[in-house]
Structure formats: structure tokens, C-alpha cells
Design a protein around this ligand. Structure first.
Ligand SMILES: Nc1ncnc2c1ncn2[C@@H]1O[C@H](COP(=O)(O)OP(=O)(O)OP(=O)(O)O)[C@@H](O)[C@H]1O
Length: 227
């Protein structure tokens, strides 16, 4: 998997940001509410207008179509969006091409059955987040805040992004589920070598898991000093 590199990226509110996260490294971003953490993650995912460049390994964001980029650099927003009535259609069948090249997911995928191998992988993924396979039949409306948050991360990992941007991934979770989510993220970055940038207000979590930590102070992203 590639490294994630920001080169003079200029999200709204922030001075230009340059940083590198090696493949498999976990970096935290903290800062007071409203400091611009979400805006930084959204700029990296190219969801808001911004200047500067972002690289996955040698590949520049500007050389990749935006939907492709967002599939490779997977953003977990603080509040997830859901577009279908039940959970299942959000876990689309992956095309063979998407497995190999991280190219587009098959757009007709929602209407076709997943192959058995993908079903098994999905079952295992859902179990790691504390769900049985029947969660796929649940309506989105019945999901609690924490269930939504865990399923949104499962949905993101199902697409095998090469880098992860996590916005408050455990903010609504009890300690047991927080540990489960942390374990899945740890496993994903170590096994798949994905760079992870995680916005978190939890100092213990940052100390426990992070290889590196930054904080936003007065519109600048600076290294966070240790305890
Ligand atoms: N589209 C927008 N237009 C104008 N201002 C915006 C827009 N989106 C966010 N902001 C403002 O930019 C600031 C930073 O927002 P952001 O969501 O990045 O904060 P944050 O650091 O993630 O905060 P929190 O910890 O509360 O989630 C906030 O004051 C917010 O109101």
C-alpha cells in the first residue's frame, strides 16, 4: 500500500499543510471544536474546494478522477449518509477490477448477488463490529447512533481503501465497541498497510494507538507534544 502525502494543501481555515504518513502508519489530528479537523479530512478526500496536492505513493490526486480518488482515500465522516432503506444495498458487490486496481465498484452491483466468497468476507467483517449477518436486513431508520457509526466504518472497509480518513470514528461508542473498532482499524492498517489519519478528541486513544499526532492551533497544523 502507498504512503499518504499532503503537499501545501490549503483547506478552508487552515494555513497550508504538508505532511507524510508512511504506509501502515496511524496519525492523529486533534484541536478544539471548530478548529478545522473535518475540513482538513474533507479537503484530502477532495470533497471541498481546495488548493495544493495530495499523493498516494507516487500518484497525484490531480491525475485521478474524483470518484476514484475518494474510493482509494476512504473518508469516514462524523455523520454518515445512507441512501437505501435497508443496510444490505450499502454493501455492494465488488467488481473483480476493484479488487485488483482499486478501480470503480461495479455500478450495477447493488442489484446483483455477491459471490459466496464475498458473502463470507462480509459476514466476518460484520462480526468484528459486533453484528450478525441479519443486520443486512435491518432498516437504516432503526439503527442507533453507535450502530450507524460502526456500520459506516464496515461499509468503508468493505471497499478496501488504500488510505483511511477517520472523523471521530469512536465518538458515540461504549468502551467495548470502541475497543472493537480500534482493533479493526489496527488490523486493517497493519495487515493491509493502509495509512490512517484520524481526527480524535480522546487523548488516551491518541497516546495508545498513534505513531504520530498533530494538533490544530491558530489555523496551523503542528506536532502535538507528548504528555
Ligand atoms: N461549508 C462551510 N462554510 C462555512 N464554514 C464552514 C463550513 N464547513 C465548516 N465550516 C466552519 O469551519 C469550522 C471548522 O469546522 P470543522 O467541522 O472542520 O471543525 P472540527 O475541528 O472538525 O470540529 P469538531 O471537533 O466540533 O467536529 C467551524 O467553525 C465550521 O462552522
Amino acid at each position: 500500500m502507498p504512503s499518504l502525502r499532503l503537499q501545501q494543501l490549503r483547506p478552508r481555515l487552515l494555513e497550508p499543510v504538508s505532511l507524510t504518513l508512511a504506509a501502515g502508519a496511524l496519525g492523529f489530528v486533534s484541536g478544539p471544536s471548530g478548529a478545522g479537523k473535518s475540513l482538513l479530512l474533507r479537503a484530502i478526500a477532495d470533497l471541498d474546494p481546495n488548493d495544493g496536492e495530495v499523493f498516494l505513493g507516487d500518484q497525484a490526486r490531480s491525475s485521478v478522477a474524483a470518484p476514484d480518488w475518494r474510493r482509494r482515500v476512504g473518508l469516514l465522516p462524523a455523520e454518515s449518509g445512507w441512501w437505501a432503506e435497508t443496510v444490505a444495498p450499502h454493501f455492494a458487490r465488488r467488481s473483480a477490477g476493484a479488487e485488483r486496481t482499486h478501480g470503480p465498484v461495479d455500478e450495477d452491483a447493488r442489484h446483483r448477488q455477491r459471490p459466496r466468497q464475498q458473502d463470507q468476507e462480509l459476514d466476518a467483517l460484520l462480526r468484528r463490529f459486533g453484528f450478525e449477518a441479519d443486520v443486512l436486513d435491518w432498516t437504516v431508520l432503526r439503527l442507533s447512533t453507535g450502530e450507524r457509526q460502526r456500520l459506516a466504518l464496515a461499509r468503508l472497509l468493505w471497499l478496501h481503501p488504500q488510505a483511511l480518513l477517520l472523523d471521530e470514528a469512536t465518538a458515540n461508542l461504549d468502551p467495548a465497541n470502541r475497543s472493537a473498532v480500534e482493533a479493526v482499524v489496527e488490523d486493517y492498517r497493519r495487515r493491509r498497510g493502509a495509512a490512517v489519519l484520524w481526527a480524535s478528541h480522546d487523548p488516551e486513544q491518541r497516546a495508545r494507538l498513534g505513531d504520530v499526532a498533530w494538533v490544530i492551533r491558530e489555523h496551523r497544523l503542528v506536532p502535538e507534544e507528548g504528555p
